[in-house]
Ligand binder design. Structure first.
Ligand SMILES: NC(=O)c1ccc[n+]([C@@H]2O[C@H](COP(=O)([O-])OP(=O)(O)OC[C@H]3O[C@@H](n4cnc5c(N)ncnc54)[C@H](O)[C@@H]3O)[C@@H](O)[C@H]2O)c1
Length: 312
């Protein structure tokens, strides 16, 4: 039995990861300051004898004994990470220093949840791990993008300088149950709009594309990456390369919910990328990983979750 620390464990991805780690027979310590995470996400886990929750902010040091660390703590959607941008940068930078210090001290292997946002507004499509990105260091998104980039730097320096065993995954858009209902992400937006009969808002002509990975596939990717050979550090893209236009997504959500919401068009916000798509060749080669859940199946599960949430 391994003792595994999950920071951000009460969040969307973190709560799924805690469940998966418990199902594998691990002893799980979930650490979260509950900024965007919810106790309700982990409530079913409190019955498990090998699950513990600690309310703690990772910008402060943490002294625990663990074998592995998944560092997921960080608000992930623009509405949340721009609410207190200084705290967002601190969470990525001071938070990483604290968890890396812990990993060094207790000789734990540590995985960083990085993001496709490190590629910024990319000049190449799809993005491979070799691409260095195009990020505006002074813009409104910089607290998140540059924070995550600096976190990657810290991970690689702790690895080179102190021999810490690191794993860095760059997560592309992921969706599923336990997403925040009003965090402004397109999947949750469309579903909530459809379920409440509100108009579905499409920006621009709705032909810009995104790729969406279902949460179960992402968690499998995390677990395989953590168990990969020590010399494989990443960075590694994890995401679903299947592309859908926003219009297709809206229409699929309307069909699956049976909603009669109307689609309305709004002006495209500045900095809205036309396309964002992962190149997952490396994940296929190194982890034999590729997404298995199609958009319609993943949306069905997500819609069922939001139906329960809105009815509660
Ligand atoms: N969901 C995605 O599509 C996506 C895409 C790219 C990267 N990521 C990364 O994956 C991780 C998890 O994202 P998510 O979608 O589950 O977001 P989330 O907001 O649901 O989860 C983040 C969790 O971290 C906690 N947290 C925030 N700051 C903290 C701090 N200082 N100390 C302790 N806990 C703190 C929050 O309360 C929350 O529970 C994040 O690091 C995010 O950047 C997610």
């Amino acid at each position: 039995m391994k003792r595994v620390l999950v920071t951000g464990g009460a969040g969307f991805l973190g709560s799924h990861l805690c469940s998966a780690l418990l199902a594998q027979g691990n002893d799980v310590l979930c650490v979260d300051n509950l900024f965007t995470g919810r106790k309700t996400h982990i409530a079913p886990l409190f019955r498990e004898p090998y699950f513990e929750f600690l309310r703690h902010d990772i910008t402060l040091p943490l002294y625990v004994e663990v074998d592995q660390i998944f560092n997921l703590a960080c608000p992930a959607s623009p509405v949340h990470y721009q609410f207190d941008p200084v705290q967002t940068t601190k969470t990525s930078v001071h938070g990483s220093i604290n968890v890396l210090g812990l990993a060094k001290r207790v000789k734990a292997r540590i995985l960083q949840a990085s993001t496709s946002e490190v590629y910024g507004d990319p000049e190449i499509h799809p993005q491979t791990e070799a691409y260095w990105g195009r990020v505006n260091p002074t813009g409104l998104r910089a607290c998140y993008d540059e924070g995550k980039r600096c976190a990657e730097t810290l991970f690689f320096d702790y690895h080179r300088q102190h021999g810490v065993e690191i794993k860095v995954v760059r997560i592309f858009n992921t969706y599923g149950p336990y997403m925040h209902p009003n965090d402004g992400r397109v999947v949750s937006n469309f579903i909530v709009q459809a379920l409440t009969g509100a108009p579905i808002t499409l920006y621009g002509d709705g032909m810009q594309t995104r790729s969406f990975c279902y949460v179960d596939d992402m968690i499998t990717g995390f677990l395989r990456m953590m168990d990969s050979p020590p010399e494989f550090t990443g960075p590694l893209n994890l995401g679903n390369p299947a592309e859908f236009s926003m219009r297709e997504l809206a229409e699929t959500v309307l069909t699956l919910t049976g909603s009669s919401s109307k689609i309305v068009f709004r002006e495209l916000p500045p900095d809205d990328p036309r396309q964002r798509q992962p190149d997952i060749t490396l994940a296929r080669d190194k982890l034999a990983w590729a997404p298995t859940v199609g958009l319609a199946d993943g949306l069905r599960e997500t819609i069922a979750y939001f139906r329960r949430l809105l009815a509660a």
